[in-house]
Design a protein around this ligand. Structure first.
Ligand code: HPA
Ligand SMILES: [Zn+2]
Length: 340
């Protein structure tokens, strides 16, 4: 088989679980802090990197929300998204569904429009310059209350043409999906695609709620679904994609060692698994790094790696015609590499 990392690099792929604020590299944190005259609690890039020793999701989120406070102007959001899209393009990513956290910005007095204008301008430019397709998914911060989420959805409705979906992220434990049942019902009525983080730290019941109360099209992470055989059977039967993020799981101690990562079990149980980076600037790698690290740790074969990349196209929000064209290009690339 061709060298694993080479195969990973050559395969076209979609990235379906990336928080754009989580692509904010430490150097950019400091550059934007200077540009916007913002004081940071760290005195150097190295000190900030040292803060990236997380014991849990909450440890990470505490740093993540401070990091994103340097994003102020439309230009900042544009620079952030364009830098990520260029980096993703270098990893042979051809389609991105990009999460953003508007409440992390509106709570600091930044207008919703500023965020969306900057991000969507970068998406348009990347499409024109690089051919990479990117769309925006607004996430609701689950540690905040329902009223705040409803106001955020109101703001999103004014940008219905530039936001394709609504997701759910932030502190999972104690914030079950059902807390946002009415928000997601309204989002569904407005025509948004729906997603939720579930089963990263939270119990299988949260994955059930994401499916049956919120009605999501994909589950983000979903690791703990494996604790419930009936749930696994349901996810497999309905081909509900899981957007798995190996390096995130390692850095947030969802797994203690990548060799114990459940990805292989997920595949063996017939789950529709995809590989993603989550917050690449914080977790030590972009999407290809995630593929390579988990493939090495679990000794995945070339055909496993190809299947995972193929699955990103099946799980993506595309029209049937777009998916057929993207999959045809994917299979041609596979043939060209000589892998199956
Ligand atoms: O991995 C995550 N989980 C929950 N919320 C998040 N917000 C950014 N990344 C994450
Ligand atoms: Zn995430």
């Amino acid at each position: 088989m061709p060298d694993r990392d080479h195969l990973v690099a050559c395969l076209p792929k979609c990235e379906l679980h990336i928080h754009i604020e989580g692509s904010l590299e430490p150097e950019m944190v400091f550059a934007l802090a200077r540009r916007n005259h913002i004081r940071l609690p760290w005195d150097s890039v190295e000190a900030l990197r040292r803060a990236y020793a997380f014991g849990s999701l909450q440890d990470f989120l505490d740093v993540y929300y401070v990091g994103m406070s340097v994003l102020v102007t439309e230009h900042d959001f544009y620079d952030l998204a364009l830098a990520y899209l260029r980096r993703a393009h270098a990893d042979n990513v051809v389609h991105v569904e990009m999460f953003f956290d508007p409440q992390g910005h509106t709570s600091r007095g930044i207008a919703f429009d500023t965020v969306v204008n900057g991000l969507s301008r970068a998406c348009t430019q990347a499409r024109e310059e690089l051919g990479i397709r990117a769309s925006l998914i607004m996430c609701v911060l689950r540690h905040l209350d329902e009223a705040d989420a409803q106001r955020t959805l109101d703001a999103a409705l004014a940008h219905r043409d530039r936001i394709v979906g609504v997701g759910l992220d932030s502190s999972e434990k104690g914030n079950p999906p059902e807390k946002f049942a009415r928000v997601f019902a309204r989002a569904r009525d407005a025509g948004f695609s729906l997603f939720a983080h579930a089963g990263e730290e939270g119990p299988p019941d949260y994955v059930w709620q994401a499916l049956d109360v919120l009605g999501v099209a994909r589950v983000d992470h979903g690791n703990r679904a494996l604790e419930d055989d009936v749930l696994v059977a349901r996810l497999a039967r309905d081909r509900v994609p899981l957007t798995v993020c190996p390096l995130s799981n390692l850095r947030l101690r969802v797994v203690d060692d990548l060799r114990h990562h459940p990805l292989r079990h997920m595949m063996e149980k017939g789950l529709a698994v995809t590989v993603n980076s989550d917050d690449p600037a914080y977790f030590g790698g972009y999407v290809n790094d995630n593929f390579s690290a988990v493939a090495r740790a679990l000794d995945l074969s070339a055909s496993d790696i190809v299947a995972l990349a193929r699955s990103s196209f099946t799980a993506a929000m595309m029209t049937d015609a777009e998916r057929a064209a993207a999959l045809a290009q994917f299979e041609a690339a596979v043939k060209g590499i000589g892998a199956r």
